[in-house]
Design a protein around this ligand. Sequence first.
Ligand SMILES: [Zn+2]
Length: 480
Amino acid sequence: MIKYEFFDYDKMNERLNNLIKTKHKNEVRKLKPIAYSPCGFEVEHYVIGKGDKHFIVMGGTHGNEIIGPDFVTQLMENIASGEGYFKDFDENSITIDFIPCQNPEGFIISTEILKKYLEGKSEDVLQTLSRSYWQAYREDDRRELLLNKFLTDLGAENNIKENFWDKFRFKEISKKELFEFCQENFNINKETFEKLWKEKIIPSSGIIKNGKIINNGNRYEVFPDISYEDIEEKDERYIKLKEKVKNIMQKDYTGYTFPKESLIDWRSNARGIDLNKNNPINLNLKLEERNLKNKKLFGSLRFSNLLREVPGPQGSPSINMDVFEFEPENYGLLKYLINQIENGEYIGMISYHGTGGLIYYHPIKPQTIRHEMDKEIVSQIDEINTFIADIYEKETGYIKQDYPKKITGTGDMLRNLIPGFLLIELSKMGGNPLGPYGDKDGNYTQTISTNFKAFSETIKYAKEVLEKENKKKELKKVIK
Ligand SMILES: [Zn+2]
């Protein structure tokens, strides 16, 4: 049975509590948390199985990717019941570790604010609102793609496109303004512009309203009454969390404050740090970029042009930009991984993210590594990961991603250090947090069900391959 409901932090705890309270064919045990978030929320840790070798399943690194913890908790329910794809699951053969939600704070922020729209509502309401949100998200994407292409065709480099979005952030763009921008940057005459406007902009239906290109975050209009005030103060932890969010939302970055609706985009923890950016390599990259450009950096329109690389919804890589610091949610995870590797228990890990229908599995391309020993280890990692990615691709039809050009995510970093680590982007329908719920049968149920199957196949085959090939690398270096 697949559950389709508005999934928030309370719902997650309800599912997890039921799992440990009830007797199952395969018992679920709660262990001590792998970490406590900065406001004191547990990063919970559960296991099913009694085997010597461990496979780790994690969701919820990004707060607003709510389908992640939703999927992981349902996966736990299915394995526990030992039915369907898991009817042959042998609890003595392997131990599966579950970290259902690595970033409880971000998950709380991006779901508490939606409660007034969705809590206790019918499946129909959930589907309709999620679908509107998904459509609006696509509209925002479409505008960005169209205008970027328009500028590219005129010969714009990335910096000119950035200037364009800097200028028109959260503004409607009229034909006159677009012409003036093009005239300034490309020396274009009125006649040529008119021709391009007619050929490239007009045919895109619905893009122009009252002579203006609507640009100011369509999806923010779906849930207009969002506020951090809606975060209920259930105990000390929630009070702390709300205070942190309030400080971030009220901060004035010389003329810029985060739009109130951007709470829905909260990927970070409550300190405003994105756990996937929270690694030393990413911090150096961001500092370089910041020095190079010497101006405020903003995300693309699909991330609502939010200010980035500062504590906020889109987050910065470190709370201290001068000396790198791991956030407790990452520190705890790394410590746990090192421990498992040292004990010879680790065989693999999947981190589930929200949207895209994608499989990230390659480390850096081995051929580009100079040091011979590193090259050999990374080649082995690549070979093992490819084996699992192929299983996953076969069951889900997800798109396997190419070699990363450089390491940016914490996931990328781990893939260069340990074998068997995959990052899966679950839903083919985009638009976190609600887009994946926009089509119950066509997308949501399909996503959950194919990933059950892919996971069951993965652990069946992965065990023999991973167990044999596993090599330990010096993960400890990273944590220091
Ligand atoms: Zn993510």
